[in-house]
Design a protein around this ligand. Structure first.
Ligand SMILES: Cc1cc2nc3c(=O)[nH]c(=O)nc-3n(C[C@H](O)[C@H](O)[C@H](O)COP(=O)(O)OP(=O)(O)OC[C@H]3O[C@@H](n4cnc5c(N)ncnc54)[C@H](O)[C@@H]3O)c2cc1C
Length: 427
């Protein structure tokens, strides 16, 4: 079923609780205006409303239209960069702080799903398939570090055979299993959070693209047909920001990433691919990620491009990555194919901060945004509420401009990714 305003994805076809919000017309007033209706914006809006702020959320398209409603649905532990890398670059204390943030972020999602009764097929468990033998040492070191220094006993290293017993691909040399990571239907999470936000009093407007804003007091936010004046702005457009604020655009690279959903495979065939309903991604830099849906399809993400447009035939583009792992699916047809924008930063760490005393933003979760975006929205709400101690910790992460700014970041990225895809092949 096609849902107006959403891409033709498996998620849109199985969406629960799509609600038509009005378009902003005329003048409105609020304490806070949130721009963007993905996880960052929804979380900020909901947490702010719960603190008693009056909140308006403006979404250019529909709730969850961006990455939040299109993504792989995998909720990994920690940050996009693992604790070994974090320790090496920032030392143990900051690494531990960000690990604890990420643990809270996972718990926050579970809490919201339970509290608001959100039907989003939340499942436990995630496996990293080691595409090259050389990653076994890394996996052992990481599991050991998590157990010994992060009080996290839920990660373990699997042999090749143990990995094969969980996922029927011969491409993995072993695995890193995290039984407390998770996965879910991301659009249904977004729609459930929007419902919770409405119930908490947030006024949501769809098809209300912000064209400009000021950081004056009050801030003036304009769309084609309306104006909001607000004490604070939360800018939550992430990879869909375009030219709305050039100060942020230079620190983030929008990359297109693609997914497919197979036809329903039937329970037996689906379970023969992935024995338990864990989410899986491999250890490649340009990652393949996949999981089963509750109607026994394989949802598979793989491949990206570094320009504005999508490949002409997204189904075939992604299918070749799927068949590299699962040649046994050659006879299976693909029902849905779609893409979305992942916002990456130079060092793959989140960019959360303030551009002016009343202008907050969060972006650049680098493919690890389900939990991090929800958490970023929460700490921004805390900061607007007067407690900025956790928000300020994000300022300790150096987020640099992409070399060449918005003009030359794409050619630079293409070169960089060629290097990494060669590394992926060579191991
Ligand atoms: C294909 C794909 C797979 C991914 N897989 C995973 C995964 O498995 N696990 C994971 O953790 N992360 C994954 N991610 C990343 C994750 O989806 C994002 O990090 C996260 O959803 C970002 O949420 P957000 O709210 O910041 O941004 P978005 O969800 O992109 O929301 C931004 C919103 O802002 C709106 N907007 C833009 N400009 C304006 C404007 N001028 N006025 C009003 N509204 C505006 C857009 O319409 C959009 O709805 C994936 C992303 C993609 C694209």
């Amino acid at each position: 079923m096609k849902v107006p305003g959403y891409p033709d994805s498996y998620y849109a076809a199985t969406a629960i609780g799509v609600h038509d919000h009005p378009t902003l017309c005329g003048n409105q007033r609020a304490d806070v205006c949130v721009i963007g209706g993905g996880f960052t914006g929804l979380s900020a809006a909901l947490n702010l409303a719960e603190q008693g702020f009056s909140v308006i959320l403006l979404e250019a398209q529909r709730i969850g239209f961006g990455a939040s409603g299109r993504c792989g649905g995998l909720i990994g532990s920690g940050q996009r960069r693992d604790v070994l890398e974090m320790e090496e670059q920032f030392g143990f204390d900051l690494s531990r702080q960000f690990w604890d943030f990420a643990e809270e972020a996972k718990a926050e999602i579970r809490k919201r799903v339970a509290m608001h009764d959100i039907a989003c097929d939340l499942q436990r468990g995630q496996l990293v398939g080691l595409h090259n033998k050389s990653y076994t040492g890394w996996a052992k070191e990481l599991a050991g570090a998590l157990r010994d220094r992060y009080d996290y006993p839920h990660a373990s290293v699997l042999t090749r055979d143990e990995t094969y017993s969980l996922v029927s691909t011969h491409t993995f040399h072993g695995g890193f299993l995290d039984t407390e990571a998770a996965h879910l239907h991301p659009l249904n999470l977004a729609l459930g959070l929007a419902r919770a936000a409405r119930e908490a009093g947030v006024r949501i407007f769809e098809y209300s693209r912000v064209t400009s804003y000021t950081d004056s007091e009050p801030a003036i936010i304009r769309t084609a047909d309306g104006i909001v004046d607000a004490e604070f702005i939360v800018l939550a457009c992430n990879g869909y920001l375009e030219k709305l604020d050039r100060r942020l655009a230079t620190r983030m690279m929008p990359i297109n990433n693609f997914m497919i959903a197979t036809e329903p495979l039937g329970e037996d065939r689906a379970r023969s691919l992935i024995g338990q309903r864990i989410g899986i991604h491999d250890s490649r830099f340009v990652v393949d990620y996949f999981r089963l849906s509750d109607d026994h399809r394989l949802l598979f993400g793989g491949g990206e491009n570094y320009r504005r447009g999508y490949p002409r035939d997204v189904k075939s583009f992604v299918r070749k990555y799927m068949l590299r792992l699962f040649p046994q699916l050659a006879d299976v047809s693909i029902d849905y194919a779609w893409g979305g924008v992942v916002a990456v930063t130079v060092n793959r760490l989140p960019h959360v901060g303030r551009l002016a005393p009343n202008l907050y933003f969060a972006q650049g979760y680098s493919g690890h945004g389900i939990s991090t975006a929800n958490f970023a929205g929460k700490v921004i709400a805390e900061a607007i509420g007067g407690t900025a101690s956790r928000f300020d910790v994000f300022g300790r992460l150096p987020i640099h401009n992409f070399p060449g700014g918005t003009l030359l970041r794409y050619p630079g990225m293409v070169l960089g990714m060629l290097y990494y895809s060669m590394k992926d092949r060579l191991g």
